[in-house]
Each structure stands twice: as C-alpha cells, then as structure tokens.
Design a protein around this ligand. Structure first.
Ligand SMILES: [Zn+2]
Length: 292
C-alpha cells in the first residue's frame, strides 16, 4: 500500500530469459511468469480477486502474448485466492485443490482476509502427477511429488531457463510453514525429488523470500528430516510430546515456537500410523507366581 492506501503497482523482475518474479504483499508471496513467443503462464494468483486483476494488468503491460494458463501451487490464501480474476483462462491445480478450497477451513481463511466465500474459486483443470505447456521457445513442466507443505503442492520447472518454482515446499524468508495438511514425514522426500530436477546453476524461486540455489533445498530438507526423525526416536523412547522439545540429547534446527508446532504435528502424524508413546513396562514389578 502507498500513503493513500492504494495498492502499489505490480512490477516484475527478470530472473532469466522469459522468466519473471514478483513478490506480493501482504504476505510476501512470490508469483512467477513465464513468457514464450506464443503464450505465457502465471504461477500463483495473489491473495484476492482484486490482486489477481492487478496481476493481469501488469502482465498485459509486460508482454503482448496471451496468458494461456495459471498454475496454483497450493491452496493457501496468499497463493490461491486471486483465482477469481482468471475465469476466462485455464487454471491448473492439484486434484485435491478443489476440495481444499471449498473446505470450512478455506471459508474461514477467506473471512479472516476480508473476502466472502464466493471470492474463493476452484481451478478449471486438475492434475494428478504431471503436465506440460508449450509457450513457444520455452515450456513449463508442472509436477506433483506427494504431500509436503500441504497435501497438494505443485512445483513448476522451466527447463530451458533452468528455473524451478517450488511454491511453499521451499521458503527462504523463514522456516517452512506447517498446516493441518502438511506431511512432515514425506516433505524431505519431496525435496529430494525437486533436487533431481535441478542442475548446478538452477535458480530456485521459493514461495516466500529470495531466490536460492539447489543446495538450499538440501539444507532445508535435512532440517525437516531431522525434526521428523527425532520425533520418531522420541516416540520409541517413550518421551511424551510436552517433554520432547527440552530433551537433553537433542538439538533442533529452528526456533522454539516453530519446533513445538512441528513436534505436535509429527506426534499426531505418527499417532495416525499407530505409533504412539507407551508407558514403559514395569518389569521390576513382574514376579513369577509364588510356588504353592
Ligand atoms: Zn503456503
């Protein structure tokens, strides 16, 4: 917002030939734009239909080619709630996205951000695993690698430009965020899959924060793997959730507030697999029956 309370105009920065990024407030979400000779693809839509409209206007100033498709990386408000501005364009999300966007949680999130439930619309096309779009001289590959930050995260690779849009699977501006659909167990595996898409000089655009390189994906994935692995170990040791953070043998990769949220999520995830903390067996109290 400027001093008059008006939204600031959206400006795009060039990442590589044909690939642009803009960062949208209030949440600092990164949006991507890939421009070929015959069409363009937008990645993520902003946090409201009004912001989606502003994105369209900014794209029209940048290029004459038509906007062919819009990819929504996941259901969170700062990435998906601009979908309403793209009713005449193909909009693509993971096959779980419609259900998530129509959920009670999504309605609540809309109200919290000053939107009505009708402002939250679902994508026109869904993918289960992979899709590609040729834009003339450059193309995009859209992939789903399993649950990670949410149950339906899509990543978008631009092979010719060696740019990977990771959505919130990767976050540079802070620790990766957890919600009720997160899979802490699977998230590091998804990051390993993203790494297989990268060359040494691939630019990785995270959902929030500055561009990173593939080593950052490794680093963040190792941190998530450590958190989940330590929680698995704590459960097998019979350590209850309230005692997990302060366990003297462990160190955690992020701040206490984040780690406590992650521990609660990991314990719930493990409990869902039937892996719960059990009371230690009181072996010393077991005696053979007395001879009669
Ligand atoms: Zn998110």
């Amino acid at each position: 917002m400027n001093s008059d309370g008006q939204p600031l105009p959206i400006s795009w920065r060039s990442v590589r030939d044909g690939v642009y990024v803009t960062t949208l407030e209030p949440a600092g979400a990164n949006c991507g734009l890939i421009v070929g000779t015959s069409g363009a693809v937008l990645i993520d839509t902003g946090s409201s239909p009004a912001q989606g409209t502003a994105l369209r206007e900014s794209i029209a100033l940048l290029t004459d080619v038509p906007l062919r498709s819009v990819v929504v990386t996941h259901h969170h408000w700062d990435h998906a709630y601009g979908l309403g501005a793209f009713a005449d364009v193909e909009t693509i999300g993971h096959e779980s996205l419609a259900e998530t966007l129509l959920s009670e949680g999504a309605r609540t999130a809309a109200a919290e951000h000053g939107l009505s439930p009708a402002d939250v619309v679902v994508p026109s096309a869904t993918i289960a695993i992979i899709a590609a779009r040729d834009l003339g001289g450059i193309h995009v590959e859209i992939g789903y690698f399993g649950a990670a930050h949410t149950g339906g995260d899509l990543a978008v690779l631009v092979p010719e430009a060696r740019v990977l849009f990771a959505g919130d699977i990767v976050e540079q501006s802070g620790p990766p965020q957890i919600d009720e659909t997160t899979s802490l167990q699977n998230w590091p595996r998804v990051m390993e899959a993203l790494l297989t898409l990268c060359k040494e000089d691939t630019i990785v655009v995270p959902g929030h924060g500055e561009d990173v390189d593939p080593h950052f994906i490794s680093w963040q994935g190792t941190g998530l793997d450590a958190v989940h692995g330590q929680c698995e170990w704590l459960v097998t040791q019979g350590v209850r959730e309230p005692d997990a953070y302060a366990h003297p043998d462990l160190q955690w990769p992020w701040d206490e507030e984040w780690v406590r949220t992650a521990i609660a999520h990991a314990y719930a995830e493990l409990a869902g697999q039937g892996r719960t903390v059990r009371r230690p067996l009181l072996i010393a109290e077991r005696r053979p029956p007395e001879a009669t």
